[in-house]
Design a protein around this ligand. Structure first.
Ligand code: ZN
Length: 240
């Protein structure tokens, strides 16, 4: 293989790597966005659990206030027991006392239930906090990993771009022009192997005459069908 062809092949290798780096880098911001969303969702879960516990606390406080009011009512009703004059009044007061007692015991029951519920929710919140903290640590580690990967890809690309400049400067401008044009129209692939007479870019049999010439080291051969530059791997070492 002649040196012009070797440079083209090297250029192709570098361009393919640049394209690969571009693809690898493209996925990183998407994953970072997804991780940030996941982190937000975890924080919301925790917030919601805390809010639910708080609203239970408020309900309990309200019930306790109600209980104070009802207890006071009961105390007053019981205080009136020696003031009543008639049996009718007495019966009415007894009813009032019964109702106040019932209201008191209902409220006490409700408060106990709320306290049980709060205990349960407090335990749940504790384990949720641990779970979320663990998940957050995993997500942070992954984010750090991705940021490092991004920085590595950036620096690799800068190096490959420098090399590309160096290699491109060694290729004759007309060949460079053809390379760029074919690469643009053929998905970035302008230099391919020919194997058993078949172009490995478009998988069509090239004319046997051309194949023989390539085997003999013909420089800058192009596939007549896809215009890609063709090289033969065996010839690569032979003519080096
Ligand atoms: Zn071809």
């Amino acid at each position: 293989m002649d040196s012009g062809m070797r440079y083209l092949l090297e250029l192709q290798r570098l361009d393919s790597r640049i394209a690969e780096i571009g693809k690898l880098r493209e996925r990183i911001p998407q994953e970072l966005t997804r991780l940030n969303e996941e982190l937000e969702a975890e924080k919301r879960r925790l917030e919601q659990a805390r809010e639910e516990l708080n609203s239970l606390k408020l309900r309990r406080r309200r019930k306790e206030k109600d209980l104070e009011v009802e207890t006071e009512k009961l105390r007053k009703a019981q205080g009136r027991i020696f003031e009543v004059k008639t049996n009718k009044e007495y019966q009415a007061l007894l009813k009032e006392i019964e109702a106040a007692k019932k209201a008191n015991s209902d409220l006490e029951e409700e408060i106990l239930l709320l306290m049980d519920e709060m205990d349960r929710r407090t335990e749940e919140l504790k384990s949720l906090e641990a779970e979320v903290a663990e998940r957050e640590a995993t997500i942070s580690a992954r984010k750090k990993e991705l940021e490092e990967k991004m920085a590595k890809l950036d620096s690799e690309e800068a190096k490959v771009q420098l090399l590309r400049k160096e290699v491109a400067s060694r290729i004759e401008p007309p060949w460079m022009g053809i390379y760029e044009r074919v690469a643009r129209s053929r998905g970035g692939l302008a230099v391919v192997k020919v194997d058993g007479g078949i172009c490995q870019g478009c998988y069509v049999n090239i004319p046997p005459q051309l194949y023989n010439e390539i085997l003999k080291g013909k420089p800058m051969a192009q596939c007549p069908f896809c215009q890609r530059f063709l090289y033969h791997e065996g010839t690569l070492e032979e003519h080096n």
